[in-house]
Design a protein around this ligand. Structure first.
Ligand code: K80
Length: 449
């Protein structure tokens, strides 16, 4: 291995209680909200085809026009208690809020900047009431923070002169000040979700990203910070130059998920997902594929089945309400989570061969395995392949705990569990208790030869 000063400082996953809490939560709500919600992906009668929160970079959006929009930011219908209730109903156990996106607009009255909520018609702090409301609803709060800051005069994408170096030095002090300010103002937050760390100015300063991460951990022990903050001294990001994950979990799964347990290399990870193809901030016109509740439930279960967390994104409107499609989604996902959440919360990889009909999740540290059926087999049987010497002690549909299912042993360590042939409008969950095989061929009668 290459000797590194600023590579990964820990081999393997964190084993502390804060990290286990993060793992057990499994399901988060991302919120992208800021000035970009005002244009909502449109300007001067034209539609922006990019991601709405990037509209300032669109050639049809003059910077000076965008940079005046904050004077209109006045979400009179903003009701964080209502947001928290909807998130709770959906079944989210943590939330990530954009404190400041790439445009540099701060949703809190930062004393280190002018481009903040304090100088809008709304005036009041957005973040405090939000963190409070979500915590009150039993939902942990995490803070998204963009290192890129298009509004700050000292931000540099690359360092090309001594003047750039001095500007970037000032900028790094500003970043540290704002992050400490956020921790001082919102001490119940559980971690940061960093973004905007791909430019040279940051990538080539692995020492600073390392020092910053350690500074934050000292300020607030136990903070959970993903791999995207970090670069090592050779410019390697997420994984250091010895392919070791930096940070507390792999944070590269954005709008995509791993497919097999091999893809996650034994690391904790989190996938973040948009409802439309590629919109994080509010866009008036969702074009392309808009994911359904069942699609998103399947992604959530798939993530848990591969030892990862799943965070679904919402882009509130400028008035402070969620668009109807998002409210509908929160209700529909919540209806399923209300009944089947135990197949997700506190679960992880089951250690079984991936079945065609859906996903296995295992309640961490137990013999309880959930079968989440997304593709009902036309042959009416759910095939369950167990590792050698394991057998199914009991099996039942989650919604009918009193009705024992009769798995049929069809060959060594392989069972068929019959599934009722009917119209399913959401994934079906079956619970199995596994046990070490008794003598002979498992607990159910041998297939008729
Ligand atoms: C190329 C690219 C840059 C930044 C992003 C940001 N990361 C997401 C979590 C959103 O904040 C998006 O604006 C997405 C793609």
């Amino acid at each position: 291995t290459i000797p590194l000063q600023h590579g990964a400082h820990r081999i393997g996953n964190r084993t502390d209680a804060d990290m286990q809490r993060w793992r057990d939560l499994r399901f988060g709500q991302f919120i992208h909200w800021g000035v970009y919600a005002i244009p909502g992906g449109m300007w001067d009668g034209k539609v922006y085809n990019g991601a709405a929160e990037w509209i300032r970079s669109w050639k049809e959006m003059p910077h000076e026009a965008y940079d005046q929009l904050y004077k209109q930011f006045n979400p009179v219908k903003y009701n964080p208690a209502d947001w928290a209730q909807q998130a709770k109903n959906m079944g989210a156990k943590y939330m990530i809020i954009t404190t400041k996106h790439h445009d540099g607009f701060c949703l809190w009255p930062s004393k280190y900047a002018k481009y903040t909520i304090a100088n809008t018609p709304y005036k009041k702090d957005i973040l405090g009431p939000m963190v409070e409301a979500y915590n009150k609803a039993g939902i942990d709060a995490y803070l998204y923070f963009s290192i890129i800051d298009w509004n700050h005069p000292d931000w540099r994408t690359s360092i090309k002169s001594p003047a750039d170096s001095m500007a970037m030095a000032r900028f790094k002090v500003f970043v540290k000040n704002q992050l400490k300010e956020l921790l001082d103002r919102y001490p119940t937050v559980k971690g940061f979700w960093f973004d905007g760390t791909w430019d040279e100015s940051w990538k080539n300063d692995g020492a600073f990203s390392d020092e910053l991460e350690q500074y934050l951990q000292q300020l607030h022990p136990g903070l959970i910070i993903g791999s995207r903050l970090r670069a090592d001294e050779k410019g390697a990001r997420h994984f250091d130059s010895n392919s070791r994950l930096m940070g507390d979990y792999e944070q590269g799964w954005e709008r995509k998920l791993p497919n097999t347990i091999a893809d996650v290399h034994g690391n904790d990870w989190e996938g973040v997902m948009t409802v439309p193809e590629n919109q994080w901030g509010y866009h008036q016109q969702w074009f392309g594929h808009v994911k359904s509740a069942n699609e998103l439930i399947e992604m959530l279960v798939k993530s848990a089945s591969l030892n990862g967390n799943f965070v679904l994104n919402f882009g509130p409107k400028p008035d402070g309400t969620f668009r109807t499609e998002e409210q509908e989604l929160m209700r529909n996902i919540g209806r399923w989570m209300q009944v089947n959440g135990s197949a997700v919360y506190g679960t992880g990889y089951a250690g079984l061969e991936k079945p065609d009909w859906g996903y296995y999740t295992r309640k961490t540290g137990t013999d309880t395995v959930y079968m989440v059926v997304c593709n009902v087999p036309v042959n009416g049987n759910l095939r369950v392949k167990l590792p050698a010497k394991q057998s199914i002690a009991k099996a039942w549909a989650l919604e009918q705990p009193g009705v024992a299912l009769q798995p049929e042993l069809v060959s060594r360590d392989e069972y068929f569990i019959p599934v009722e042939q009917k119209v399913y409008t959401s994934p079906l969950v079956i619970v199995m208790k596994l046990e070490q095989q008794q003598r002979g061929q498992g607990n159910f009668e041998k297939a008729k030869t």
